[in-house]
Design a protein around this ligand. Sequence first.
Ligand SMILES: Cc1cc2nc3c(=O)[nH]c(=O)nc-3n(C[C@H](O)[C@H](O)[C@H](O)COP(=O)(O)OP(=O)(O)OC[C@H]3O[C@@H](n4cnc5c(N)ncnc54)[C@H](O)[C@@H]3O)c2cc1C
Length: 369
Amino acid sequence: MNINAVENCCGCLLCKELCPKKCISVVKDDLGHLNPRIDTEMCIDCGICAKSCPEMTPISLNEISEVFAGWDKENTAREKSSSGGAATLIALKFVEGGGIVYGCAFVQPFGFKHIRCTDHESLERLRGSKYVQSDTQECWNLLRADLKEDRNVLFIGTPCQVAAAKRTFRNTENLYTIDLICHGVPSVDMLVNSLPKKLNKDEVSNVTFRDSTNFQLKFFAPGNNVIYTRPLHKDWYLKGFFTALYYRDSCYNCKYAQGNRTGDITLGDFWGINDCCIAKEEEKGISAIIINSEKGNILLSSINGQAKLLKRDSVEVKKGNKQLNHPSRKSIRTRLFKTFIKVFGFNTAVKMSLPEIAIKSLITGLRKK
Ligand SMILES: Cc1cc2nc3c(=O)[nH]c(=O)nc-3n(C[C@H](O)[C@H](O)[C@H](O)COP(=O)(O)OP(=O)(O)OC[C@H]3O[C@@H](n4cnc5c(N)ncnc54)[C@H](O)[C@@H]3O)c2cc1C
């Protein structure tokens, strides 16, 4: 059995890195998602790729033990983060304790990758959710080497990426993990297709997708100068993202989008919190902090002094967050989009696939004139 038999590839590409014959290459599908392909002439049928694959050989999951709503008390981590800033607070403490953190950053040439962070400066690049698939292939060998040397490692990523991290090395005693509640990932190609041709991508030094709870795409050049912004109502990429139009096929069948979790902690937005006393905190961003193991408790206790933590229950967090119950649903629109994009290009294809949203935004635009 080898990776060519995978039905639901999540694109972690751990198989490519672990292949002893280096006979796995990467090919793109129609929507720009990366997939492994084995050269069957070179393959020696060792089966390492299938055994390491988080889809073909799923990991055992952790049950939720406790749930908190939380945020950075001083607001410094929170302001630049996506929800309450919990990922940043935990990562900072982990590095201060001599550990190594892996997470997603913007990189040049234009893309998003998991990088290795050992100091505050590199951690700064992880802040904020990037609503695209992060390329993890280069991080696996570094992570294995760190674990081999008995270094403490914290890996932050989507649930399938965390499952892959747990597959990298047999002894994962020093591996701590945070999975994000995830509704699915588009490819970087989709984001690039949505950009105006005149935007010089080589100039970009960072990209953000939201300021706290306000979703807005922003591109920065060195010196933190904003060179491009796109508010949500004009953003066909984010509209397609929120309506699950062009995720990886595996996202619609994700075995990790459920109540039991891959990570020691699961982080997400605490949508629809049922507590009027903290309603005003919602617009600044509240993290859902879900503890799934003893290691999760250790990570949480490291930020006890810095984070405001309120105990909640799992029914409440599951009610506000569908991806703690089931994967995003694939609709006929995805199939239509795949046909439309080949003929009409990205923005028109999204509008044609989401006609009710396109008409609404046309009317809003006309009213504003
Ligand atoms: C693709 C995607 C889909 C998501 N869907 C949901 C959802 O449906 N419901 C929900 O409640 N929350 C969702 N989230 C999580 C949410 O947006 C926040 O990331 C989460 O609440 C953590 O916020 P924070 O303030 O603690 O993190 P921050 O302090 O802002 O740090 C962000 C962390 O996320 C990691 N990260 C950022 N982008 C990616 C990426 N593309 N791939 C892997 N890791 C990444 C970074 O490494 C960093 O550690 C999603 C995140 C992503 C990336």
